[in-house]
Design a protein around this ligand. Sequence first.
Ligand SMILES: NC(=O)c1ccc[n+]([C@@H]2O[C@H](COP(=O)([O-])OP(=O)(O)OC[C@H]3O[C@@H](n4cnc5c(N)ncnc54)[C@H](OP(=O)(O)O)[C@@H]3O)[C@@H](O)[C@H]2O)c1
Length: 241
Amino acid sequence: MEYYFITGTGKGIGKALAEALLENEEAFVTGISRHQTINHPRYRHLNMDLSETQNLLTHLPEIFQQVQDADKLVLVNNAGVLGEIGYVGEKQNEDFNYVFSVNVTAPAILMNAFLHTYREVKAEKIILNISSGAGKYPMDGWASYCASKAALDLFSESVQLEQNLLNSGVRVFSLAPGIVDTQMQAQIRETPSAQFSQVSKFKDYKASGSLASPETVAKKLKKLLKLPPGNLKVVCRIDEL
Ligand SMILES: NC(=O)c1ccc[n+]([C@@H]2O[C@H](COP(=O)([O-])OP(=O)(O)OC[C@H]3O[C@@H](n4cnc5c(N)ncnc54)[C@H](OP(=O)(O)O)[C@@H]3O)[C@@H](O)[C@H]2O)c1
């Protein structure tokens, strides 16, 4: 059996990926998010708000249960939030904690628990973190988001270095999915230009049909999860697939 643990399966890329993986009869998917929108005999949903770090810590044994028949174990840290878009100096302080806990702390805790729980299990193991192009350069109004995705990239590279030194065979990726037609893009387009100077560019992306569908992205992610070792760097982009 193949066991997939995916955060953010309520909508967007995470939901499309879970549904695409469930087409395979060997796949068992655990989804973790605030809303259950998938019903399938091989899907288990855990209702959780990943900004609540203490609650996540309490529920780790429920997420990563012991498995006897695993050929493949995959953790996908997909849930992510932009938070409040706006300039530092005018933001609510609570927002920093919210963005970093969902985008960095929760993935770090889940990676730690995944690697620890399944360390003795002889199965192919992959960790796929959904990062962003915005983690590679600065953007006004998105300081927390940019910094959180940059942190996720370097965290992923460091964990891959450790796994290489341990000779574990675990593969780690931090992938930028491109511009995808989800609720997150809708939130960006609604931002006043005083809080984000590039908002008209993002409105143009939508108007010109330049956004990829979550289903197209899910197909490419499914392909990544089937690649043999050595094909991609840890920090990678969807157009490399
Ligand atoms: N869309 C893009 O253009 C784009 C570009 C670059 C990177 N990304 C990245 O792609 C990933 C997926 O984003 P998306 O575009 O699919 O966004 P989306 O449509 O807004 O979906 C976000 C997902 O995260 C979950 N989520 C959000 N806050 C959560 C919380 N506090 N606790 C638990 N789950 C939470 C949501 O599920 P619930 O509502 O059920 O909780 C939802 O499934 C994110 O990491 C994002 O940064 C997206």
